[in-house]
Design a protein around this ligand. Structure first.
Ligand SMILES: C[S@@+](CC[C@H](N)C(=O)[O-])C[C@H]1O[C@@H](n2cnc3c(N)ncnc32)[C@H](O)[C@@H]1O
Length: 271
């Protein structure tokens, strides 16, 4: 399979903020119990993004996402944690909004692991994998693997810890991924029914994401679909929002996301 997608062109956009707040809130909830957990990041990207790089600046999508959060006032521990991690990767004591470095899903997760927790980060693109390996080097319990996530999804689950979950964040470069990802997750869920599964998807005028959602219409279990709409649906191309399908959401996490959405989404929607 030849991969050309590079997340650096989209790092720190509204969709990243949506997805990463779900991730941080979920991991924070898991840490309320002492028992260790396992996390699988199926599509890791490069882990850490330089927003001052020519690639990121070419699209500058972070301007409509991260950079709008400078004055956001959310009174929530998830928000404080997220801001503290962004400040940390930038070598700063506090969050300034206009950060130069942005932590992706694997670095955020690695930063939140305790000594007893574990993570595997899969990435298939050779260039992205090289970056990922470097970004995860400081974290001894976060393992970068240059492997097809499909292999890891079935080989690693259920984990010995029997607690934890999976973030599934495909690039949807292959159009059949709206089908195959859903089928793979449902199969993994049959092997490990108590795991958390969080699938991100773009909302596109073509409506392809409806194919993905349709697979979960009759899902027999605890599931939430959370969509953030920040653009116009009537344009021919381009993402107008993003969605998260979350199986086995942790008890207070949906409430946390609702309260963050109420504060943050209006900042993304204003022109
Ligand atoms: C949207 S990006 C990931 C962004 C990252 N999760 C984040 O939030 O920072 C998707 C990544 O998945 C990788 N990828 C695509 N298909 C894959 C597969 N079958 N197995 C592992 N990685 C894959 C791509 O190379 C790309 O880097």
């Amino acid at each position: 399979m030849s991969l050309s997608y590079q997340h650096i062109y989209h790092a720190g956009n509204q969709a990243d903020i949506h997805k990463h707040l779900w991730l941080v809130a979920t991991l924070d909830y898991l840490k309320k119990k002492e028992k260790p957990f396992y996390w699988l990041d199926t599509h890791s990207g490069r882990g850490l993004y330089d927003l001052a790089s020519p690639e990121a600046m070419k699209t500058a999508e972070y301007r409509d996402g991260l950079f709008r959060l400078e004055n956001a006032s959310c009174n929530h521990t998830t928000w404080d944690l997220y801001k503290a991690m962004i400040a940390d990767v930038n070598g700063k004591d506090s969050f300034t909004g206009k950060a130069q470095k942005y932590p992706g899903s694997s670095v955020l997760t690695a930063m939140m692991l305790r000594d007893s927790d574990r993570m595997t980060s899969c990435e298939l693109h050779p260039g992205e994998f090289t970056h990922l390996k470097r970004a995860l080097r400081p974290f001894s319990n976060a393992k970068a693997k240059k492997t097809d996530m499909r292999h890891e999804l079935f080989a690693a689950l259920p984990p010995d810890e029997r607690r934890g979950g999976v973030l599934i964040d495909p690039s949807y470069e292959l159009k059949d991924e709206y089908d195959t990802i859903a089928k793979d997750v449902l199969k993994a869920h049959r092997k490990w029914a108590t795991g958390i599964y969080m699938i991100w998807y773009p909302m596109l005028p073509s409506g392809r994401h409806e194919t993905l959602k349709a697979h979960f219409k009759d899902f027999d279990g605890d599931i939430i679909i959370d969509e953030w709409i920040y653009g116009q649906k009537n344009q021919e191309f381009g993402m107008y929002g993003s969605g998260m399908i979350v199986i086995n959401p942790q008890y207070t996490v949906p409430e946390t996301l609702d309260s963050l959405k109420a504060k943050i989404l209006p900042l993304f929607q204003s022109r």
